[in-house]
Write a protein that binds this ligand. Structure first.
Ligand code: AOS
Ligand code: ZN
Ligand code: ZN
Ligand code: ZN
Length: 427
């Protein structure tokens, strides 16, 4: 555990400089008629879940280089998320994955999470690999898909897995299931495109029927990988068709890395918001495909424009959707990577909140493109760093999250405790 006093101690040397910066920024905002306190409050309220599977170093099929002291159990994963939250104050929940996380005693896990100040976010099912838990002791295989599989027994196993994940999630206190489907084909002619989609919808209907009334089901689209010719839920249109085909508790989840190059993601977000089918986000950044890079590290302006659509949807505030950071890092300490992503999100949220929506609407009504763009860029170019740092500090977290993680020696202590060769379960 990283106790609050240790974080506070890390803040001491930075405090005077931080306060001076904050004062300057607040004065600057005041001249624009913006109350810095409102932005800080909104940033304090913001939180994005950490995925349980991103706490160990990622890798590729060419290799993996563990960081040392990686979490070996779900309990240890919870401890790592609590450590991230200790420095960000904005990582107040964790998203679990089944079967990579298979709590034998869900009640105990729920309590442990709560004692660490963490809630259980959306559950993630897995029908993209075979394993004894999901495929009835290896009797059925997801090689040719799950819900879209030509074999009814496999389709049934896919439904059974997802309903089991919902049941487990209920015990854990979760309120949603995210379904990312690997279903698709690698070769033209391998399966019927239309029939595949119909089967997926049929299967999802059975899962949907199993949802408790206060739950949501998120369909997560992705254009390719592991299917390289035609993925069933390939894009936001397919995802929307699935959600609409299911019912009001079904919504779409947008993973920022799941779009073909140059897709206008903010427009996709606006479309889904318009029809109230925007359910959640997997935040990351991408250069080429589903790269799972650090949030805001490649195209921070795009991130800002996306978050700005969210704020517009929320009527001037961040709407309460299922926000999660979905990334994978091959070289950085994963905890530092998630902390950096969280800070990037805080910056984007802060900037988006600074957009003068009234002036923007006027410019748009007048067809004043230069002014409309200038209003957005004025907000984007503003340094919200001190506001985000103050939100973290008021949440009991760190002015400099990565510096604090290093300052308290979190990784060093985990290597000593768990061993240099400890490797996280999962991917
Ligand atoms: C896969 O590409 C998706 O981004 C998933 O959301 C996620 O990373 C995977 O399901 C792990 O459970
Ligand atoms: Zn994702
Ligand atoms: Zn992905
Ligand atoms: Zn991704």
């Amino acid at each position: 555990m990283i106790e609050p006093e240790r974080v506070e101690a890390q803040n001491t040397t930075l405090l005077a400089g931080h306060e001076a910066d904050l004062e300057a920024v607040a004065a600057c905002l005041e001249r624009r008629g913006i109350d810095a306190e409102v932005v800080i409050g909104a940033l304090q309220a913001f939180s994005a879940a950490a995925p349980s599977w991103a706490l160990g170093t990622g890798g590729t099929r060419f290799g993996r280089f563990p960081t040392g002291g990686e979490p070996r159990t779900l309990e240890e994963k919870l401890e790592d998320v609590a450590a991230i939250n200790a420095v960000t104050g904005a990582t107040r929940s964790v998203s679990l994955h089944v079967p990579w996380d298979l709590p034998r005693d869900p009640g105990a896990i729920r309590e442990r999470a709560a004692s660490l100040g963490l809630a259980i976010d959306a559950m993630n099912s897995n029908t993209f690999q075979d394993n004894p838990e999901t495929t009835q002791d290896g009797k059925v295989s997801f090689k040719h898909g799950s819900f879209a599989n030509p074999d009814p027994a496999v389709r049934e196993a896919a439904v059974a897995h997802n309903t089991a994940v919902i049941d487990l999630g209920v015990e854990l206190g979760s309120r949603a299931i995210t379904i990312w489907l690997a279903d698709g084909i690698n070769h033209p002619g391998q399966a019927d495109l239309r029939r595949q989609f119909e089967r997926v919808l049929e299967g999802l209907r059975e899962v949907y029927a199993h949802l408790p009334p206060d739950w949501e089901l998120y369909t997560e689209h992705k254009p390719f990988e592991p299917a390289f010719y035609a993925t069933v839920n390939a894009d936001w249109g397919s995802s929307l068709l699935l959600a609409q085909g299911l019912g009001p508790q079904a919504k779409c989840l947008v993973d920022l890395g799941h779009h073909l190059p140059n897709a206008n993601i903010e427009q996709i977000v606006a479309r889904l918001a318009m029809v109230d089918r925007l359910g959640g986000f997997h935040f990351n950044d991408s250069k080429y495909g589903d790269d799972d890079l650090t949030v805001g590290s490649i195209d921070p302006y795009q991130l800002f424009l996306i978050v700005r659509e969210l704020v517009a949807y929320g009527g001037g505030r961040m709407p309460e959707l299922a926000y999660m950071i979905d990334q994978s890092c091959n070289v950085k300490d994963p905890l530092e990577d998630i902390a950096q992503s969280t800070v990037a999100l805080q910056h984007a949220v802060g900037q988006a909140l600074l957009v003068d929506g009234t002036a923007l609407a006027v410019a748009q009504d007048e067809g004043d493109a230069a002014m409309g763009e200038a209003i957005l860029q004025r907000a984007f170019r503003f340094d919200v760093g001190p506001l985000a740092a103050e939100a973290r500090r008021r949440n009991g977290a760190a002015i400099d999250p990565v510096g604090a993680l290093r300052g308290v020696g979190y990784r060093r202590a985990r290597i000593a405790e768990r061993g240099a060769a400890a490797v996280a379960t999962g991917l």
